[in-house]
Design a protein around this ligand. Sequence first.
Ligand code: ZN
Length: 296
Amino acid sequence: MIEFNYPDSEIVEQFLCKYKNPKSRVRYETTIADFIRMLKFKKIAEIQKDELIYHFDMVKDNAARVCHTKEFLKFLISNELLSKEIVYDGKFVEQVYSFKATQKDPGRTAIQYSINKIIQMDRDIKTNYKNIPKGNRWDYERSIKIAFFWELIFDAGFSVGDIKSLKARHLTDKKEYIKSGRKNVIAETYYTEGMNLTKRIIRDYYDRLLLDLGNKKSKDGFSSLLSLVHYNNDELEIYGLLAQDIIAARNKFYIQCPNCGKRTKTTSTNWLFVKHKDSYEKYLVCNLCKGTDNID
Ligand SMILES: [Zn+2]
């Protein structure tokens, strides 16, 4: 609760009541209290553009703070509570929505999230974009890109390099892909016979995401997917997800079968214990090879 006598407390309360989880609510309260204090308790409708830029510059080292401040500003912009000069300046609004925290160390080692967190993150990432109205272009594009990138790495196991070298137009037109003479493992898998996971992922996202990228002929690659610092999740305390974190998550979920060597998801239906007649102990093997000698 913002305890001081601030003329726009009601607006702040309107925003905060979205957050039912007490932990998230406290985080937002703290951020907004600081925001208002730094703007010297100015009325929301009187805040100037340069003050917002200055504010982001002051907090840019703190990814959580940048994320929370941005959510608050999005609320103020979409409800037209900031001044008209701000709300109707599309370019400025875009600038506000694109503020990023300084990425302290893009080469940092992967964060090892717990299985519980990975399960929740997986569900969150795959459903987020479906719940965002398409009119909210910035949030929609951002969250659908993250979902696509997540599925390609976490579910399909492709590398960042594979994704970077993929071109949208190569997925639209097989002839053009062959003509280009370039090899890309994602496109190769996509064009193989029969159904596979890659095909499913591409088809799920194609219309919504790839077509849009493909229209920008000059830069229809996927390097823009790599700026994942945009994925934040308050409940799970995840700020600034990086590709290496997703790879680490995948490595926890997909382990190599000690018998056939295939990587398989660690769910109960995919694994079993087998006992050899000469051994008292049971051994873990995947459901595909069932511990037999016929492995290809
Ligand atoms: Zn196996």
